[in-house]
Every structure is written in structure tokens, then in C-alpha cells.
Design a protein around this ligand. Structure first.
Ligand code: OOG
Ligand code: NI
Length: 469
């Protein structure tokens, strides 16, 4: 796709760098828009510093994996869009920053009329540089029962343009040339940010807003505004229980329970909590009003699970949540969760040996000393671990959890209603709207683990090639 007048590739700003600039700009914008987010970032930063001081082994492990460096910049955000065209253009916009759609999440099962993916980097090096992720949901208007209201919402959505003309040009330019030079990259960041900005003026009158809100609060949030305002940004904490406990003292109205697995010695997947969405003044075309959408969230990430591990997680969680049909709002939820998860091994040795979680294998200094020896080349991975020639470090879970996401949605829509939709995942329809397949997240972890094993093997056999990627 190169053209004669294209600047040399070395002038292009790396996608990782554009993503970092964008994530920084987004964080600064959200701090201005929602000052409590700034408070949350400070709280998390204090708690992370304390946790690392108290746990030198954790610090050493995170330093060795490279994750210590990314910790302070690590964020995810979330947006919700209304049409296939919006979703498809977002895919192209995120591609400029090296972010690809990973995973399919059907939230209709939890009474939220959307399905979603997460745009994020996928390569090991890109994840280490900056793992910025955006959980992106597409409204499913077909789940709205009232046909007239559905048509009205569709008409409103087809009239809006959530991208600036300049960002559309820059996306096309990057697709044609393969990159963006410095000034264009900065322009891209500035223009892309406009799509995610909050607008306190709605595009509809108060009555339309109320009608859409009655269908579902989420429908009003998506349809009535000029763009898909970022609705939260989430820093990563190393001790979510400490952070949750400290939130009220800093003036934050914390959600009652932490979503995801219970506290453990070896964190798995993802644990999340949030402070509740703010009621904000908005102007309809004919009247003043209020809207609840934006909130703050924190998360703690653990090891990625294999298909077997994930099946066990889903099974144990379902056992607890199905009791009394109350989900995480049931009494004694946390006790019952902890009780059920006793069935989930809680040492890395057991998680690894039973094939429940993914690990990245590297040679230790002793292992390196034995490279190219027959003893090393013939040994199994377990033998190499037992000898201390190879070490296994947990691969961090970079994705989301549908049940947790639903809990986050529910607690932040304001209002208590629980809508029921027929559960029907529609991954193909979602991918058709997106204009691409989504990555299977578990296959990505599997490949990362396998690459690390291949690399260890190659060094031990003396056939390692210097890996350029
Ligand atoms: C997204 C909620 C899901 C998470 O962290 O699971 C989410 C939304 O409310 O739009 O962000
Ligand atoms: Ni979130």
C-alpha cells in the first residue's frame, strides 16, 4: 500500500506511542470532567506503593515481567455506541493505536441490551508498552419491544456524526500510508478525543429522553447525546480490598461488593469495584434535566485462566449467584463466594500443574548456563522447572468478565429496575457490524504461553534466533 510520496517509515510514530499519548490525553480530560476520578487515581497510586513496599516478592515478580513499569499508566475505559457504522469506524480508529477487538460479551443475559468487545493491544511487547483497553458496547435496538420507539431511536442515531471530519481523514491517511508522522499523530489524538467528550446538551427533547429511558436507561444514554462519552476510566490496583475500604473516607460512594472472584493468595482473572455514577445536569432541546452515566472504577488483575480454568470459574460463580436468584445482591454473598471458591486451587504450582492457568516460561541464570547441553534439550518442562532451570510466571488477564461487566452496568445506570431479555448471543451479527472477527482471548493467552516455551526450547537446543518482534 505504499505510495511514492510516502515519508520513510522511520518518520512514523509507533502505534504504541500513539496509544500512550491518547490514553494520557483521555485520562487528563476525564480528570477535568469528573474530579472524583482524579481522587481515585491518587488513592490507587498510594495503595499500590504501600502494597509493593509490603510485598517485595510481588515487586520483584512485576519488575521481572515488565509490568511494574506499565502499572502507573494502566487504564481501561468504556463507551457505548448506537449503530454498526459507528462501531466499524471505531474499529478503524482504534487500529491507528494498535488496538484490536478481543472477545465477545453478550450482556443481554444480564438484562442489558448490548453486546460488546474490548479493543486492546494483543502483542506481548505492545501490552507491556501500554495495555490501554476500551470496553465497547453496541446497543441492540432489536431488543426494544416498542416498534415506534425503536424506529425513532434509529432515526435519531442515523442523523448523528460522532467523528470529526479531520479524524476520519487521518484514519484514512494512516490506512493508505501505514503510519502517521509526529504532527499528524498529535492531531489524531486531539481529534479522536472529541468523540469521547461529554456533552451536557442532549440532542432530543425531554419527552423523547423520558420515553427512551423508560425502554431502558442505557438506550437513553446512547441515543440522546452527540457522542459516546467515555463513561469511566479504570486504574489498576494491586489491593482492591484495601482500595474499596478506603473509598468512603475519600468521599466516594462505593459499590457494595467487589465483582469477580473472592480475595485469594494467587489472584485470578479480574476483580472490580466502582463508585456510583453521578447525577449530572443536562439541557434537553426544550428543558433542563439530569442524566446519570459517568462513574469511576478500579480493578485488580490476576492470572489468565485456560478454558478448563475458566469453566471452573464460571461454574463456581454460577453456583453462588443462582442461590435465591439475587446475584451479588444476596445476603452473605461474599462469604458464600469465598466458600465456593475453596474448590479452586490457590497456589501457582497447583494452577499450573492442573492446567487451570497460563504461564510465561523463561530460563533462569542456571538454565542459561546449561543451554546447548543434552541434559537440557532432553528434559521435560516439569523437569526443567524442578531443576530450577526454567521459571513460570503468571500471564496477566488482559480482558473482561461478562457477569462482572453486567454488575458494573447495573450499579451505574441509576434506578433499580432489572429488565429481562431473552438470552441470545449474536456474535456473528456483532462481527458483521464491526466489519471484522474478534480475537478469541483464550487463544491469545495460549499462543503467548507457547511462544515462551518455544523460546526456552530454542535456547536450550542452541537454535535460538534473535527475536526481532
Ligand atoms: C461498561 C461496563 C463494563 C467493565 O469493566 O467490566 C466494564 C459500561 O458500563 O459501558 O467497563
Ligand atoms: Ni470497566
Amino acid at each position: 500500500m505504499s505510495t511514492a510520496h510516502q515519508p520513510p517509515a522511520s518518520n512514523f510514530i509507533h502505534a504504541n506511542e500513539i496509544r500512550s499519548r491518547f490514553s494520557r490525553a483521555m485520562s487528563a480530560m476525564y480528570r477535568e470532567e469528573v474530579p472524583q476520578y482524579g481522587t481515585l487515581v491518587e488513592l490507587v497510586s498510594d495503595i499500590n506503593a504501600r502494597t509493593l513496599d509490603a510485598q517485595p516478592a510481588l515487586r520483584a515478580q512485576m519488575a521481572q515481567s515488565g509490568e511494574l513499569e506499565r502499572l502507573d499508566v494502566e487504564r481501561h475505559g468504556a463507551i457505548r455506541v448506537g449503530t454498526a457504522a459507528e462501531l466499524a469506524t471505531l474499529r478503524r480508529l482504534f487500529a491507528v493505536m494498535g488496538m484490536e477487538p478481543v472477545g465477545y460479551y453478550d450482556l443481554s443475559v444480564a438484562g442489558v441490551p448490548v453486546h460488546s468487545t474490548a479493543f486492546r493491544p494483543v502483542a506481548d511487547a505492545a501490552l507491556l508498552a501500554n495495555p490501554f483497553r476500551v470496553f465497547t458496547s453496541l446497543l441492540r435496538l432489536e431488543l426494544i419491544a416498542d416498534a415506534a420507539l425503536r424506529d425513532k431511536a434509529t432515526a435519531i442515531l442515523t442523523q448523528r456524526q460522532i467523528f470529526t471530519p479531520r479524524v476520519l481523514e487521518l484514519i484514512a491517511q494512516r490506512e493508505a500510508d501505514g503510519g502517521l508522522a509526529d504532527a499528524d499523530a498529535d492531531a489524531f489524538v486531539r481529534e479522536a478525543l472529541e468523540t469521547f467528550r461529554w456533552h451536557s446538551t442532549a440532542t432530543v427533547d425531554a419527552e423523547t429522553y423520558r420515553a427512551l429511558q423508560a425502554a431502558h436507561r442505557l438506550v437513553a444514554d446512547v441515543v440522546c447525546f452527540r457522542g459516546p462519552h467515555i463513561n469511566h476510566l479504570t486504574p489498576r490496583t494491586l489491593d482492591i480490598d484495601a482500595a474499596q475500604a478506603a473509598m468512603p473516607a475519600r468521599g466516594m460512594d462505593a459499590k457494595d461488593v467487589v465483582e469477580g472472584p473472592p480475595p485469594r493468595n494467587c489472584p485470578i482473572l479480574l476483580r472490580q469495584t466502582s463508585f456510583k455514577a453521578l447525577q449530572e445536569a443536562v439541557r434537553f432541546t426544550d428543558d433542563a434535566g439530569a442524566h446519570t452515566a459517568r462513574f469511576g472504577e478500579i480493578e485488580q488483575r490476576g492470572v489468565a485462566l485456560t478454558r478448563k480454568g475458566r469453566a471452573l470459574y464460571d461454574q463456581l460463580l454460577a453456583e453462588v449467584r443462582s442461590m435465591g436468584n439475587a446475584g451479588s445482591a444476596a445476603p452473605n454473598y461474599e462469604d458464600r463466594l469465598a466458600q465456593a471458591f475453596r474448590a479452586f486451587p490457590d497456589t501457582h504450582e497447583a494452577l499450573r500443574a492442573q492446567g487451570l492457568a497460563f504461564y510465561r516460561y523463561t530460563l533462569t541464570p542456571t538454565g542459561h548456563a546449561h543451554a546447548d547441553s543434552a541434559a537440557a534439550a532432553d528434559a521435560s518442562l516439569d523437569e526443567l522447572l524442578a531443576k530450577g532451570w526454567v521459571q513460570a510466571d503468571p500471564i496477566t488477564y488482559e480482558d473482561f468478565l461478562p457477569v462482572s461487566a453486567a454488575g458494573i452496568f447495573q450499579s451505574n445506570l441509576g434506578g433499580e429496575e432489572q429488565k429481562q431479555y431473552q438470552a441470545h448471543a449474536a456474535q456473528q451479527a456483532f462481527e458483521a457490524a464491526l466489519g471484522a472477527r474478534v480475537h478469541d482471548e483464550i487463544a491469545l493467552y495460549e499462543a503467548a504461553q507457547q511462544r515462551s516455551i518455544d523460546q526456552v526450547r530454542a535456547v536450550l537446543r542452541g537454535t535460538a534466533v534473535v527475536d526481532a518482534a
